[in-house]
Write a protein that binds this ligand. Sequence first.
Ligand SMILES: [Fe+2]
Ligand SMILES: [Fe+2]
Length: 243
Amino acid sequence: MDSTVSEIAPDVYRISTFNPDFGIQFNQFIIKDDEPFLMHTGLRKMFPATLAAVASVIEPAKLRWIGFSHFESDECGALNEWLKVAPQAQALCSTVGAIVMVNDFADRPPRALADGEVLNIGARRLRFLFTPHVPHGWDAGLFFEEVNGLLLCSDLFFQPGNPEPLAGDEVLALAQDAIVQNLDGPLAKDMPYTPYTDDTLRRIAALRPRTLAVMHGSSFQGDGAVAIERLARFIKSTIGDRR
Ligand SMILES: [Fe+2]
Ligand SMILES: [Fe+2]
């Protein structure tokens, strides 16, 4: 499997590996700064491909922070492999994620972030948002890079296939199609519609992101607030009102 590397915002690199077994891309994002940050480790079994692609952007041993949204193999399955090649690296996750999973799973202790906590990594600031069950998982969180207006939104805006690195409003249309396709598929019910779902989506829309770094599919460039509000309405009508 070959990975492609694209700069989707200043010093923000998207690493994309299409996995034909799944028919989807697994994307990671590197923010190059004094303390380099990697979002998503990639699957453990894809680590050699991910490592080679990261090495084309930064020296892997210099990696400082490893962020992810929730405890799943594509988010953090290769965490211990990364901790081995990067001696200064530390995982970042929610307090729930640390207590319930990562403290035990990771070979070195993670740093648990509180909701709203800001991490300065040099010229960039990363704000952590605790977003339980959005996109899914009790432990879920998202990161917002405030200088670029970049939301690292994990599985939100999932699109199948092997699309281009960066796109506009078509991302929303493809993501909506994917939600409908998934309703009766083997991975249905991935996003529970909870009493907090709509408020959480409105809260991240209010950040007014200009770029959405999407884990599976094209990243989005444009009015992120409008795109997330539309997605929120669509999720409410297709999942929330289906109960
Ligand atoms: Fe996920
Ligand atoms: Fe994912």
